[in-house]
Design a binder for this molecule. Structure first.
Ligand SMILES: [Zn+2]
Ligand SMILES: [Zn+2]
Length: 136
């Protein structure tokens, strides 16, 4: 009888441990914002040419080297036409990568909405919107 009880306690403890681990995992992920975090050290450009549409990933250093080599002032690079590494045309622009669904897209300078709003209809995430919401 006592042995059975000890076994039961052991089972309860191990189940509790798993539950705690799962809870901690979600709490940790939620508070650190791991899934929706923007990686500011990775830059993307996306070619706007219909027949190309190539995207390129850069580290921050590579990106600024690329701008310098392309003769583009980093301060005005947000909407500047950049040479596409794929097709060679100056139809590439600084792009944004959705931290939720990983879609790479161009900022819309005319958007009345948050300009980093993800164009994926199943997503629509905006890091900027979330940041402002969290400030309130
Ligand atoms: Zn291209
Ligand atoms: Zn998205």
């Amino acid at each position: 009888m006592d042995e059975d009880k000890a076994k039961l306690v052991k089972i309860i403890i191990s189940v509790a441990c798993v539950v705690i681990a799962v809870v901690l995992f979600f709490v940790f992920n939620g508070s650190s914002g791991g899934s929706g975090k923007v990686d500011i050290n990775t830059k993307y450009i996306l070619c706007d040419a219909e027949e190309c549409g190539a995207s390129q990933k850069f580290t921050k250093e590579e990106y600024y080297d690329f701008l310098r080599e392309s003769g583009v002032d980093p301060r005005t690079a947000q909407y500047a036409a950049l040479p596409c590494p794929e097709c060679g045309e100056e139809t590439a622009y600084k792009a944004n990568k959705c931290p939720k669904c990983q879609t790479i897209f161009l900022y819309d300078p005319e958007a009345e909405d948050y300009k980093d709003r993800c164009p994926n209809p199943d997503c629509g995430y905006s890091w900027e919107e979330e940041r402002i919401r969290n400030l309130k």
